[in-house]
Design a protein around this ligand. Structure first.
Ligand code: IPE
Ligand code: IPE
Ligand code: MG
Length: 246
């Protein structure tokens, strides 16, 4: 077999093309069980696998998860080490199963601050992913929305200084192409787990017209059923983009 059959035939409702998830609450999940925070990250990483597979199966095009922010370096060395260790484990497994699982991976963020071994693994998963079509999971790693915008501005300024571009030629679309998310549609729906009502520097530019769904559920407990509830809620909204709908 090996061929992946999209379950879109069973689909009875529209699925948003691009969903972003701020996967929060790993630490609290562990603390409530009397476990170290790192155990929460391990459970969260398992859940990413489950939810990404589900998103693929229902015919979503892109899932973008916030895995590590530019601000998360403030955490203890032990916690950061555990998160990066889990990422390495995930990437090694993903590389092995990519052909079978048909989950393409792309990374958004400044990977240069990550250990060399991880950068290499990320590059390899990216290259392997490029050979496939279909569902893509984007993992925001050492990502910050402000950092994303500043880098894009810097890149544009450098092109202007080099005489390659004219400041007056900059459009929103051209600016989007300078962001980490170049080529991706903006997220239609952004979900945040664990109840916090903030973006925490996630896709600031790209979220301009995203719909938001917040749940108190902690990320390791977030289920496909709850994702379905978020999608149903999203489908009931009226997206006007500043206009008027009859
Ligand atoms: C989200 O869970 C994962 C990362 C930010 C890396 P947290 O680790 O933030 O969990 P809480 O918010 O402390 O419960
Ligand atoms: C947001 O969660 C970042 C990620 C999910 C990677 P945080 O736990 O870092 O956000 P704050 O500190 O509660 O705003
Ligand atoms: Mg948190």
């Amino acid at each position: 077999m090996g061929l992946f059959n999209k379950k879109t035939t069973e689909k009875t409702r529209p699925v948003p093309r691009h969903v972003g998830i701020i996967l929060d609450g790993n630490g609290r999940w562990a603390q409530r069980r009397g476990l170290p925070r790192t155990a929460g990250h391990a459970a969260g990483s398992e859940n990413f696998r489950r939810i990404a597979t589900y998103c693929r199966d229902i015919g979503m095009d892109y899932l973008t998860v916030y895995a590590f922010s530019t601000e998360n370096w403030k955490r203890s060395e032990e916690e950061i080490g555990a998160i990066l260790g889990l990422l390495k484990k995930y990437l090694l497994e993903a590389l092995e199963k990519m052909e079978r699982d048909r989950i393409r991976l792309r990374f958004l963020g400044d990977l240069s601050r990550l250990p060399g071994e991880l950068q290499e693994l990320a590059a390899r998963t990216g290259e392997t992913s490029a050979r496939y079509r279909g569902f893509q999971a984007n993992v925001c790693l050492n990502y910050g929305g402000r950092d994303d915008i500043v880098r894009a501005a810097r890149a544009f300024a450098a092109q202007c200084a080099a005489g390659e571009r004219d400041p007056a030629s900059l459009t929103e679309a051209a600016f989007s192409d300078l962001l980490y998310s170049a080529g991706l549609p903006d997220p239609d729906l952004i979900i945040r787990t664990s109840g916090e009502l903030r973006l925490s520097n996630f896709l600031l530019w790209q979220a301009a017209y995203s719909e938001f769904y917040v749940t108190d559920t902690l990320w390791p407990d977030f289920t496909p059923e709850e994702l379905e509830r978020a999608i149903a809620d999203f489908n009931g909204r009226s997206r006007r983009f500043g206009g008027v709908k009859p």
